[in-house]
Design a protein around this ligand. Sequence first.
Ligand code: UD1
Ligand code: MG
Length: 444
Amino acid sequence: MPNALIVLAAGRGTRMQSDMPKVLHEVAGAPLLVHALGSASELEAERVVIVTGHGAEAVEALDLGEHVEFVRQDEQLGTGHAVQQAKAALEAHEGPVFVVYGDTPFIEPATLADMAKALDNASLAVLGFEAADPGRYGRLVTDGEKLEKIVEWKDASDEERAITLCNSGVLAGESGLVFDLLDEVTNDNAAGEYYLTDLPAIAASRGLVSRVVRCDEAETMGVNSRSDLAAASAAFQTRARAAALEAGVTMDAPETVYFAYDTLLGRDCLVEPNVVFGPDVTVETGARIRAFSHLEGCHVSRGAIVGPYARLRPGAELAEDVRVGNFVEIKNAEVAEGAKVNHLSYIGDAAVGAGANIGAGTITCNYDGVMKHRTEIGKGAFIGSNTMLVAPVSVGDEAMTASGSVITSNVPDGDLAVARTRQENKSGLARRLMARLREIKRSR
Ligand code: UD1
Ligand code: MG
């Protein structure tokens, strides 16, 4: 039976103190909501319904793929009420439905897969955890293997509050049954809300069994404030660093390296301290990323060396054995095998041929104030230091530019372009000039 997923994302998130909806705040370069969807990857949900409310328009503007649909919860009357908003959308769905929260980013895909298995011999499955500090979490009241009911903290007796097995908020059951049980939920409780957590007790009253699937408390970490967000980021980085080391990446100071949610580093990569990976970076086996470099939206091939102090921006494609040195910025440019851009350069909207050497201070002048233009540099070309390449322009294979040139027209293969004023030496003029200046100063 195909699975469906409902993500609750209507809450205000007051404690974030933000104009932006909570689920759009990012951890490791991806919104919380995207992390929450990632948790469900093993379910291969056929239908994904996101319940929006506060900041709905901004949330709905995310590009989450074609199979994701949004429904609105105009008034936030509780988690049960929120799930009910997905009823019409899932009317035709036959199979289990899973409810997760958009502000809970770290539930493991394997955990939701365990819940799917639990439904083989239970009507409902609820994800629980042993809480170090149970605080105000809902408590799971069990009888042996069975979950009798969930009691919200506000409604719990002292005896129930002593329970340390808590509700994560994730619940699963056959779609038809879940919506049918929800029809029986009232708001007759301390909060005056329609609780999703009433479902196990209503199921039990019909003789249906609910079960608890347990996970580690760390997975259930929710984000309610900026300090929670910082803690979530720290937790993500801790795991990402450990995973990279485990996968064969060398890092002397992993605690100073920052990963994005989708960073991919091959075996035997070496990452020096203080490197930041933004989204969409792949680094192939054996490449070396030197200290204080910043990479996003780029690809670094085998044997390449980047940095120290390099910046690779979206569309930077470095082929094998390329060298990119200090204070070099590369954007939307392919740098072919073995090419070198070692010092103080900007290479944007360009192609650099194999084995080319780009001298210090070279700039591709790609922007005319309105439009962007491309620069093509041929194989084995030698670009002299401080060359300005005013795009659109090309420099041919094995061509050269003289240092300090401003190149405004194409350079054919094998030619040397000199585009600067010719030097003239005035015989003895320096000495005469200095003598005159000193004389002026003395006479004052
Ligand atoms: C809920 C559970 C509690 C559990 C805890 C875990 C209920 C009644 N209680 O409590 O048992 O221990 O989560 O964190 O379910 N939301 C909506 N619309 C609403 C209400 C909430 O979309 O009308 C969303 C919120 O944005 C949030 C999630 O549902 O992402 C949970 O809501 P929240 O108010 O945080 O529930 P808790 O009181 O924490
Ligand atoms: Mg909460």
